[in-house]
Design a binder for this molecule. Structure first.
Ligand code: GLV
Length: 389
């Protein structure tokens, strides 16, 4: 055989990736220390050193999540993989799930649960708002779900949803409490064990500042009772927790081959968790809160409005700004990208067209970066077209 399709010309030139300030909702910038960790030599995915690194990651996730759960690991994939892992393993076809929809992540969780034939019930908050524990309790009584899904850090609306008391309510109604903390983990206070969360997951690419592609997840003893006593196998082989528990040494058995983990991604994630351990979780929460408050004051001083009115529910990691009236938000984000090499983003799902979103996560959460963004926004509002409405 001879080739008839020539090598693509685009691959015969080197590609230089630009430096960009990633101040959108993620991924965030990866600091040199984590990039360097990811560039270490490849190892076999079950070599002793890789297993040791995986054990360090497990301890780091237990610290970040504030949990003693043995069933703690990182899924090979982005936050969506952990989201599907959580739902696919904890809910069986025909079972009832209750989903708090306070933005796009509740909508997505509903679609994932529908795809496995679950009976999906929702309790919906207005964009920028949240639901009360009373509303949740009423829905628990009515729908008798096996799982309640709640997104803690709703990156589409900029809301950090209150969590206190919901775990207890779930347990009184014989239901597992499943929390998405992709955009909030280590940026806003969350305590898996104290807040009685049964399943918690996040992504590597937000506050942790590691490259996308690994997703920490943890299951309580109560969750394990449910997921390991199913009548049916989970629909996904790749995300089946019986396999993942074995791959991560959580089942006490000899590790067997299931899939080839993202080894370089594990190096990066270990380093990211090491930085969090050195910084301290409470310091990280405080850093994000202080920087967000400084940012919010600066925005209001410029005459811009914050989308989330209730100050206590403003997500410290991702800020939603009401799209400046009279402007085309797309022109603003494009101008800031082109002129300042800064990524900020528009709305998503229920907030599409309504907001600008700015993410300041992990190493990006600094007052100097806030000053840079405020200057870029001021410049954009001066140079972008304003209609006469
Ligand atoms: C992704 O997480 C987003 O909020 O856009």
């Amino acid at each position: 055989l001879s080739e008839t399709i020539p090598p693509p010309k685009c691959l015969l030139e080197p590609y230089v990736v630009p430096h960009r300030h990633l101040f959108g909702p993620g991924p965030s910038n990866v600091p040199p220390r984590i990039l360097k960790a990811g560039a270490q030599p490849m190892l076999g995915h079950l070599h002793a050193e890789t297993v040791e690194i995986m054990n360090h990651i497990k301890s780091g996730i237990q610290y970040a999540f504030q949990t003693q759960n043995n069933m703690t690991l990182a899924v090979s994939g982005p936050g969506h993989a952990a989201m599907e892992c959580a739902i696919f393993n904890s809910v069986e076809p025909g079972e009832s799930i209750l989903i708090v929809v306070n933005g796009i992540w509740g909508e997505r969780a509903s679609e994932m649960a529908e795809r496995i034939g679950a009976r999906v019930n929702t309790v919906v908050a207005a964009p920028g708002g949240h639901v009360t524990n009373k509303e949740i309790e009423q829905a628990l009584v009515k729908c008798k779900p096996v799982v309640l899904f709640l997104c803690h850090g709703e990156s589409s609306t900029g809301v950090v949803h209150p969590v206190d008391g919901i775990g207890d309510l779930c347990h009184r109604h014989n239901c597992l409490f499943l929390v998405d903390s992709v955009a909030s983990m280590a940026g806003a206070p969350l305590h898996m064990d104290k807040q009685e969360i049964d399943i918690l997951y996040t992504g590597s690419q937000k506050v942790l500042n590691a490259p996308p592609g690994t997703a920490p997840i943890s299951f309580s003893e109560r969750a394990c009772q449910k997921i390991f006593n199913r009548k049916t196998k989970p629909v996904s082989y790749f995300l089946d927790m019986s396999w993942l528990a074995n791959y991560w040494g959580c089942d006490g058995k000899v590790r067997m081959y299931h899939h080839t983990g993202p080894v370089s991604g594990f190096f990066g994630l270990r380093e990211a968790l090491a930085i969090l351990a050195e910084t301290g979780l409470e310091n990280s929460w405080k850093q994000h809160r202080d920087v967000a408050e400084y940012f919010h004051q600066g925005l209001e001083a410029m005459g811009l409005r914050l989308f989330v009115e209730d100050k206590k529910c403003r997500l410290p990691t991702v800020t939603t700004i009401v799209a400046p009236p009279g402007y085309d938000w797309k022109e603003i984000t494009a101008y800031i990208m082109k002129t300042h090499q800064i990524e900020i983003s528009g709305g998503l799902g229920p907030s599409a067209g309504m907001v600008l979103r700015v993410g300041l996560m992990g190493c990006n959460a600094t007052k100097a970066n806030v000053d840079m963004i405020l200057a870029a926004l001021r410049d954009a509002l001066k140079h972008c077209h304003k209609s006469r409405v």
